[in-house]
Design a protein around this ligand. Structure first.
Ligand SMILES: Nc1nc2c(ncn2[C@@H]2O[C@H](COP(=O)(O)OP(=O)(O)O)[C@@H](O)[C@H]2O)c(=O)[nH]1
Ligand SMILES: [Mg+2]
Length: 435
């Protein structure tokens, strides 16, 4: 048997800051640490040690977490050292000189999966947590890591296994199979099919909640878009002038409305422009409107003319909200919501109103990621094939077996064995080094 390598990586996010953690994992973790002067001593207790590096001495707090009860399932040693990219880099190099291999992205978590410390969807939860951009994404990732999806998958998979076992037990005695049996099996099959369909139906809500909604401010020139944008962002991010056509390109900034972090986008005023640069800007405004989750269509309360090209959003299911700006100057569209960027209270009221609109309905969200949805879809294909084959029970059992295998891929192993190397590589290369 080939001995596994011992890997080293920086576990902390950036090399700057107060402390950096250099993590070693593998059979020689202890020996390599000892060779550098940081003999870990009693497991799971931080010890202050002198680390010999680069001809000098670095004070390090050292902790050993022996396998298999460690994150990776292997012997792990962590060196808590002073942060600073040069210092940390030198320590990593010293570990490599002493026999470590530099860790590939996601190598620690991959080892955790390979040693059965977590299943594949939990490992994906770790990556999702690191990349989380919204509070909902953080919540969902934590639930994935906690094994919630895995448990749900197991429940369905066990039900399919039982159904399949019952059918297989009768294959040799088809004459004993009576109509009530078949009806019961079909009912059970329909029940598990329904659960998987529900997961699929709730996937989009989950995916939406994981991304920051785009709130696009659009409207004719001089409507006060940039002023409202600045008021929402909290500082003068976009240029404001009385001159129509000032904003030539879109500008975006992250703004939190309550719990929901959004990307708010200021755009160039939409009109028939004669100037080529302005026309290009208007084109981009249309693109932003098309790619929005929410459009705030703004027109000024003192604007003389009516605008012909108001978007409806109906084509694409975008929500378009009509808001009248510069209400301090006039009110021409009483049915619209009003705001004045020069009045903090009215901006605050708009903010509160937006908060309710952008909040995603987390109760509908499924925590499964794209790969999990695809595996579910493939399992559904097999269940549907099974449901059509009750004239020949072998085929029902066969398709149920395939459905189980598809669901097993979510957790990373199925009756056909662990998922392929290509799948694993694709998943773990998205991680950062040291995780
Ligand atoms: N009185 C008043 N003037 C505003 C308000 N919002 C914007 N303006 C003015 O209207 C002009 C155009 O504003 P701007 O934000 O650049 O509009 P944009 O072209 O839609 O981006 C500027 O002179 C602003 O000071 C408002 O709420 N009240
Ligand atoms: Mg502008």
């Amino acid at each position: 048997m080939i001995e596994r390598s011992t890997i080293v990586g920086v576990a902390t996010g950036t090399a700057d800051g107060g402390v950096a953690i250099v993590r070693l994992s593998g059979p020689r973790a202890h020996a390599i640490a000892s060779a550098l002067g940081v003999e870990p001593g009693e497991p799971r207790r931080l010890q202050l040690r002198a680390l010999f590096v680069g001809g000098g001495v670095e004070q390090a707090l050292v902790v050993a977490m022996p396998g298999p009860a460690s994150y990776t399932g292997e012997d792990v040693v962590e060196l808590h050292v002073h942060a600073g990219s040069r210092n940390v880099e030198q320590i990593v190099r010293a570990c490599v000189a002493a026999g470590c291999v530099p860790a590939e992205p996601g190598a620690f978590t991959r080892r955790a999966f390979e040693h059965g410390r977590m299943s594949l969807e939990q490992a994906e939860g770790v990556a999702a947590l690191i990349g989380a951009k919204t509070q909902a994404a953080v919540d969902q990732a934590r639930r994935l890591i906690g094994g919630e999806l895995g448990r749900d998958v197991d429940v369905v998979s066990d039900r399919i296994a039982e159904l399949r076992a019952e059918i297989e037990a009768r294959l040799d005695f088809p004459e004993d199979v009576d109509a009530p049996d078949v009806a019961r099996w079909q009912e059970e099959l329909a029940a598990v099919t329904k659960i998987l369909r529900q997961w699929q139906g709730r996937y989009d809500a989950g995916a939406r909640a994981r991304t920051r909604p785009r709130v696009v401010l659009a409207g004719p020139p001089n409507a006060g878009k940039s002023s409202l944008f600045n008021a929402l962002v909290g500082y003068a991010r976009a240029i404001v002038t009385p001159q129509p056509g000032t904003t030539r390109d879109y500008v975006e900034a992250e703004v939190e409305f309550g719990e929901t972090a959004c990307v708010v986008v200021d755009t160039a005023g939409i009109r028939d422009a004669s100037d080529a640069i302005e026309r290009a800007g208007v084109e981009r405004s249309h693109e932003q409107v098309a790619g929005a989750d929410h459009v705030l269509w703004l027109e000024a309360g003192d604007a003389a003319e009516e605008v012909a090209l108001r978007p409806s959003g109906l084509e694409r299911g975008i929500t378009v909200e009509y808001v009248e700006t510069k209400r301090d100057l006039g009110e021409r569209r009483p049915s619209w919501r009003g705001v004045s960027s020069h009045d903090a209270a009215s901006v605050q009221a708009l903010r509160k109103w937006l908060q309710a609109r952008v909040a995603s309905d987390a109760t509908q969200a499924w925590i499964g990621l794209l790969r999990h949805r695809d595996a579910t879809a493939q399992a559904l294909v097999e269940l549907e094939a099974a449901s059509l084959r009750f004239s020949g029970l072998e085929l029902v059992a066969f398709h149920l077996g395939l459905a189980q295998a598809r669901l097993g891929e979510i957790r990373g192993r199925s009756s056909l064995g662990p998922v392929g190397e290509d799948v694993l590589r694709r998943i773990f290369e998205r991680f950062c080094i040291g995780k």
